[in-house]
Design a protein around this ligand. Structure first.
Ligand code: SF4
Ligand code: MG
Length: 340
């Protein structure tokens, strides 16, 4: 399959809030290294899951990939074309091809517009088609998400359930016929009973329309449903990645293991909390030296606090950024959970 989007050592840094104050004082302004050197590749008809706790840079990566954020350095390729620095008309054209769906189907739809108007709006913004053509495109997009157009175009978001609203948000993204979609926590505000159906819809659309999808979730459990490939992010970098089957059944990085251990094993109504790790996710304005996970990692050694591990990959393609796995050259060792 053809590569749709590729990031190479992508960084998106932000000036910290006290930047102006420090500038006045002549100090070096603080910089938030929200996205700090990410390599990622998504092909047609593939869904890549991006997991990690909130504050790890997942949304910054998503917004950088669709160029809602301007990357600070590194490279972003869209179907082989370098789009890292594009602006003006080229950026507007790219924004048509790359869409983002947000978490909250309640606040992301304008309550004063009808469903038909909401889905038509992107076409108007991009100056696409006449009224009849737009009507046709809107109907097609709503059909794709199984919201019967005839019964729904004149309704308002408040007439719909959360699941239906998120389908409308997906239709609004699809109406521009994109090739790449970032779905940022698209089901985390929906009732558990309908989460699977929305994810299955995304999977079906990816196949049918040839879409490359980045599915962002803090919940590693939902990623197994639809993702071919999983990347685990911690403090602005990918610390583990690989085929979903490998990463979810034999997670290597201590952080991934921590996320896996948090998957509820009882019933839906009794969601277990994350087991305690020492400390919080550090601020991206204060990235620790060495391995970023070291301050919280139960296995950290002196080396970990000094030197950041490279991402090394075993034969299966599963890659991990952790010193525990660096020593053997013939593929990755797989210590038992208790061993590391
Ligand atoms: Fe833990 Fe060291 Fe591995 Fe980082 S490199 S995850 S601190 S063991
Ligand atoms: Mg987020």
């Amino acid at each position: 399959a053809a590569t749709v989007i590729e990031a190479r050592d992508l960084k998106t840094h932000f000036q910290g809030r006290s930047g102006i104050v420090s500038a006045l004082l002549g100090a070096k302004p603080p910089v938030a290294r929200a996205l700090d050197g990410v390599d990622l590749c998504i092909k047609e008809r593939r869904i890549v899951g991006l997991v990690g706790e909130s504050g790890c840079g997942k949304s910054t990566l998503g917004m950088s990939l669709v160029r809602m954020h301007q990357p600070t350095s590194g490279q972003l390729l869209y179907r082989g074309e370098d789009i890292t620095q594009i602006e003006g008309k080229r950026l507007k054209d790219y924004r048509r091809e790359a869409q983002i769906i947000f978490q909250d189907p309640y606040s992301s739809l304008n309550p004063r517009l009808t469903i038909g108007q909401i889905v038509e709006e992107p076409l108007l913004i991009h100056g696409i088609g006449n009224a009849a053509e737009r009507r046709q495109k809107v109907a097609r997009a709503l059909d794709l998400v199984r919201i019967p157009p005839a019964d729904n175009i004149d309704r308002f978001p408040s007439d719909l359930s959360g699941g239906q609203r998120q389908r409308v948000a997906i239709a609004r993204a699809l109406v521009l016929e994109p090739k790449f979609i970032v779905a940022d926590e698209p089901v985390s505000m929906l009732d558990v009973s309908i989460q699977a159906s929305v994810l299955e819809l995304l999977d079906e659309l990816s196949q049918k329309l040839g879409l490359a999808v980045l599915y962002i979730s803090h919940d590693i459990a939902t990623v197994g449903y639809i993702c071919d490939h999983v990347a685990v992010m911690y403090l602005g970098r990918i610390v583990e990645e690989g085929a979903a089957d490998d990463v979810l059944t034999s997670p290597l990085h201590p952080y991934t293991r921590h996320l896996m251990a948090a998957i509820p094993r009882v019933s839906d109504d009794k969601k277990t909390e994350l087991p305690e790790l020492s400390g919080d996710v550090p601020s991206p304005m204060n990235v620790p030296p060495g391995c970023r996970f070291a301050p919280r990692c139960p296995y950290a050694t002196e080396l970990c606090h000094r030197i950041e591990p490279e991402l090394i990959a075993g034969q299966s393609g599963q890659g991990v950024r952790c010193h525990i796995y660096g020593s053997e050259d013939s593929g990755l060792p797989r210590p038992q959970l208790g061993q590391i």
